[in-house]
Ligand binder design. Structure first.
Ligand code: HEM
Length: 146
């Protein structure tokens, strides 16, 4: 079954919508909550974004990457493949750092470690937004060029 633009499978559309929800959640976590020092709510929101991202990576992105192995190593002139080579490591790094922060926190009252980690959160946030934007571009590149 194909998705909205008729080129990608329906699972890619679902992943796209989930990743847009992840970005909206991360915007709320940063500008709505961290800035207002609502740290617990910020942590919970970041945890939800991390959980959604993990599910999408495991159920859609990794299977799709495995299915496209041949193209990935043989088609370096394709915009979608070039973007995938940038998007996949960035998305994986965002996932690992996000999981680390959430696992380290474990719903405890925010303390010194949490505030120390805030320095890592700003680059993580940028990395995450960048990787989702690249994912969106891959989707569009497939729709336009395939
Ligand atoms: C998992 C993904 C997470 C992301 C992407 C994220 C993102 C951010 C960002 C962008 C900031 C603002 C930093 C700045 O402007 O200097 C921030 C601040 C902060 N975050 Fe997170 N965060 C995450 C998880 C967490 C968790 C699990 C906690 C634990 C409670 C936490 C606690 C804090 C604290 C204490 C601050 C500092 C707020 C302040 O300066 O008053 N964050 N976070």
């Amino acid at each position: 079954m194909t998705g909205l633009l008729g080129k990608a499978p329906l699972t890619s559309d679902v992943a796209l919508f989930i990743e847009i929800a992840v970005i909206v959640t991360l915007f709320v976590a940063r500008f709505g909550l961290a800035r207002k020092r609502r740290i617990r709510a910020h942590g919970v929101t970041a945890m939800i974004a991390t959980a959604l991202h993990t599910v999408t990576v495991l159920l859609v992105m990794i299977p799709s990457l495995l299915r496209s192995q041949n193209l990935l190593f043989n088609n370096f002139s394709s915009p979608a493949i070039i973007l995938t080579w940038i998007h996949a490591p960035l998305g994986l790094l965002a996932l690992i750092i996000g999981l680390y922060l959430v696992a380290e926190w474990r719903f405890r009252p925010p303390g010194a470690t949490c505030y120390k980690r805030a320095r890592l959160m700003r680059p993580l946030w940028l990395l995450w937004v960048l990787s989702v934007v690249l994912g969106l571009l891959i989707y569009l590149a497939i729709a336009i060029y395939s």
